[in-house]
Design a binder for this molecule. Structure first.
Ligand SMILES: [Zn+2]
Length: 194
């Protein structure tokens, strides 16, 4: 933790030459995308995309799960989605899965860690359904991503913006060992290099 503290202390001087850019951030934000990624510490959206402050709005959830819309649910995901889509009018939403994801592994193997009732209940919100073995690399993540993109469309604000063609959805898969990013082609139902 000490190195993190030291870096935070040194941060103002490391960005001193960008003071004008940072000061402009006080006027508001106009992010290019809402980036929904797993909470995993190995996935760093701004590192992958090169995004600077103000360029992407991040929503991190265990397993990049987007629960299906339920109007009565108190849900941080739904609240952040509404803020991004309605207030900030983001033109893109990226749902980014990744290799070696503990949450996806938990869904695939259906092995529930003991003493983690909230985590296990959260995984159920992914609505992941096991099917016969699909050994292809990333197959489980692909299946999982397809469902989360479908869940995204169940939010009225998202559906409306899609219909108006003012919003695009993207499914990404990040390979943590190589840094490669693949994008989901819905027509072909497969990932291709970005
Ligand atoms: Zn993960």
């Amino acid at each position: 933790m000490q190195s993190l503290i030291e870096n935070a202390r040194a941060f103002p001087s490391s960005v001193a030459e960008r003071r004008d850019d940072l000061a402009a951030l006080a006027d508001g934000q106009r992010p290019q995308a809402l980036f929904i990624a797993c909470s995993d510490s190995r996935v760093v959206p701004s590192l992958i995309t090169g995004a600077r402050p103000g360029e992407i709005l991040e929503l991190r959830t265990a397993g990049n799960i987007v629960p299906r819309h339920r109007s009565e649910a108190d849900c941080g995901v739904g609240a952040t989605l509404e803020f991004a889509v309605i207030a900030l009018q983001v033109p893109n939403i990226v749902v980014c899965g990744h290799s070696c994801c503990d949450a996806v592994q938990g869904m695939v193997t259906d092995k529930q860690p003991p003493g983690m009732a909230l985590f296990n209940r959260w995984l159920q919100r992914a609505e992941y359904h096991s099917r016969p073995a699909a050994p292809r690399k990333g197959a489980a993540t692909q299946r999982h991503l397809e469902t989360q993109l479908k869940h995204l469309r169940s939010y009225p604000c998202v559906a409306r913006r899609l219909q108006e063609r003012r919003l695009r959805l993207h499914g990404w898969f990040y390979e943590i060992t190589s840094g490669e990013v693949f994008t989901y082609e819905s027509r072909e139902r497969m990932f291709r290099p970005l």
